[in-house]
Design a protein. Structure first.
Ligand SMILES: *[C@@H]1O[C@H](CO)[C@@H](O)[C@H](O)[C@H]1NC(C)=O
Ligand SMILES: *[C@@H]1O[C@H](CO)[C@@H](O)[C@H](O)[C@H]1NC(C)=O
Ligand SMILES: *[C@@H]1O[C@H](CO)[C@@H](O)[C@H](O)[C@H]1NC(C)=O
Length: 186
């Protein structure tokens, strides 16, 4: 019968998988492989996050500080520890920090390289983080940047962030940026 043939084939494939797994996990002190079918049984979740990024370069307590470059030009780099807030107002509830850096990465354009960890401090997200790495063409209405990983409840995270500048002061460089982040994780 066709079904018993496919059952036999299934057993052969599974045995082959088990054999190849036992071969590839021989350096047990360095790495361990898990049977993919067991890993895949955990449900993947999708989480949407919405928050505002408060970039403050001016005043007595800036949260974005220039660490590389004279003036502002190609290569200028800022280190940031910006507040993430629930609302657009800079004094609204703090839900985390955006820690990392951004650099002017284009010679003839306003494009930043963003290397940022969003470290959350509220609710069940407290202590969990997501890592964003990407290009931010700052004068576009909406910019998309990849989410490349995460920690805590965001382990194995991957996804994307959409950023939109709500408010920008060209004199100081201060800005409030809306973020919608979509991440898949376990
Ligand atoms: C792997 O770790 C065990 C236990 O710590 C140790 O006895 C063994 O020598 C290690 N093997 C290698 C190849 O380092
Ligand atoms: C978040 O976690 C830290 C460290 O465990 C703790 O000190 C802090 O009170 C927590 N914050 C909230 C809002 O639960
Ligand atoms: C974020 O999502 C909200 C609600 O869907 C929407 O109103 C807003 O325009 C979005 N902003 C960005 C930058 O995607």
């Amino acid at each position: 019968m066709a079904s018993s043939h496919s059952y036999t084939l299934f057993i052969i494939i599974i045995s082959f998988l088990l054999i190849s797994i036992s071969i590839t996990s021989s350096n047990a002190n360095f790495s361990e492989n898990f049977l993919e079918s067991i890993t895949m049984m955990r449900m993947e979740k999708t989480t949407h996050l919405h928050f505002y990024f408060q970039d403050v370069l001016s005043g007595k307590n800036p949260t974005a500080v220039k660490i590389i470059g004279e003036g502002i030009g190609f290569g200028t780099t800022f280190m940031i520890d910006d507040k993430l807030t629930e609302g657009v107002e800079p004094d609204s509830k703090i839900i985390g920090r955006a820690q990392g850096m951004y650099s002017l990465a284009a010679q003839n354009d306003a494009a930043l390289l963003m290397i940022v960890t969003f470290a959350f401090t509220e609710w069940s997200y407290n202590g969990s983080s997501i890592s964003m790495l990407g290009r931010n063409h700052v004068f576009d209405d909406v910019r998309e940047m990849p989410i490349v990983g995460g920690s805590g409840m965001f382990r194995f995270a991957r996804g994307y962030a959409l950023a939109h500048t709500v408010w920008f002061d060209p004199k100081t460089g201060d800005a409030s940026v809306e973020y919608n982040v979509t991440v898949q994780h376990f």
